[in-house]
Design a protein around this ligand. Structure first.
Ligand code: APR
Length: 307
């Protein structure tokens, strides 16, 4: 049986476990620093199994020995954004948490594929790579699936069309510098620009960039978790089922898109080895510039951590 570990039993972590259980992707271990939290939520989720019909084990624990030999590890441990906080405000505290978590992953689950969710995403994924010492195809971040899903949602809401016909693409950093790409965003193959005026495209792009913050403003005490957990589950499924899905993920670049030694959201092929290849799209000069700005922002934050 495939073994999937989710670190962090908070909103994103526990909802991710629920989704992975309902998709029956494998046995699940959920960990947290707060004793009782992962145990209680795991037991609650196990008691939903007879109703929902999933036939897998869910273990809640605070002991890292229980994650031994996981095939996939998802990191959601950290603090979430509060109103007025940017993802970058989370930098220092979440990097300490990620470093501690990754030491344990390297020790107990040295062959795992690791998906980082903790924000600021691109930087925490870089910290994950460096502190686990794993190969870069095994370490990537959840960003583009969520951002593209938000973009698609706003497009379907605007057009009053089925969400099933919208294919949206968002690249770049998972933050204010993300790069929604209307040219690669279609409604049943029709470029979005043919179905709405330029100003509407721009408005939806801006709403997507602000998508996480809009939810933080509503919730006041935390950040989004339903769409983030759905996005993680989709990525875990692609790995576990080796389905070679083409999805935008935060991937380690080594020359692609003219960037190196940095994580950025780009389309990749996801399978049992993690990122099997990075797809280089033809982009306009403006989009390339936006990507390069995004990368510069991520590098700046990484440099702050290294000071
Ligand atoms: N080890 C394990 N778990 C930890 C650690 C640690 N060192 N430090 C904190 N945690 C746990 C907390 O106890 C909490 O249960 O991480 C969990 C985080 O849960 P929430 O506060 O509910 O945050 P959540 O909404 O799940 O977001 C988690 O994902 O989307 C990102 O920006 C978000 O960085 C944030 C992360």
């Amino acid at each position: 049986m495939t073994k999937i570990t989710v670190i962090g039993a908070g909103n994103v972590g526990a909802t991710t476990v629920q989704r992975i259980a309902e998709l029956q992707l494998g046995d699940i271990v959920m960990t947290d620093v707060v004793d009782g939290l992962p145990q209680g939520k795991a037991l609650d989720l196990m008691q939903a199994a007879p109703v929902m019909g999933y036939d897998i084990d869910i273990l809640g624990t605070t002991d890292y020995a229980d994650i031994a030999d996981s095939d996939v590890v998802v990191i959601t441990a950290g603090i979430a954004r509060k109103p007025g906080m940017s993802r970058d405000d989370l930098l220092s505290i979440n990097s300490k948490i990620t470093t501690e978590v990754c030491g344990n992953i390297a020790e107990y689950a040295p062959h795992a594929i690791v998906i980082t969710v903790t924000n600021p995403l691109d930087i925490m994924t870089y910290v994950t790579l460096k502190t686990t010492g794993f190969e870069h195809n095994r370490v990537f971040g959840m960003s583009g699936v969520l951002d593209s899903s938000r973009f698609a949602t706003f497009i379907a809401m605007e057009l009053g069309c089925s969400i099933r016909d919208v294919d949206a693409m968002v690249l770049g950093g998972h933050g204010d510098s993300m790069v929604p790409v209307p040219e690669y965003t279609t409604i049943y193959g029709i470029p979005m620009s043919q179905l709405m005026p330029k100003e509407t495209v721009e408005r939806l792009v801006q709403r997507t960039i602000n998508g996480g913050a809009e939810i933080v403003e509503y919730l006041k005490t935390g950040s989004a978790f339903y769409a983030p957990s759905a996005s993680v589950a989709k990525m875990v499924e692609a790995v576990v089922k080796d389905s070679k899905r083409i999805l935008p993920c935060a991937a380690y670049l080594q020359g692609e898109y003219n960037e190196s030694d940095v994580y950025l959201g780009v389309p990749v092929k996801l399978g049992k080895n993690g990122i099997e290849n990075i797809i280089e799209l033809e982009l306009t000069d403006g989009q390339l510039r936006a990507l390069s700005n995004s990368a510069a922002g991520v590098r700046e934050e990484i440099a702050k951590l290294q000071q």
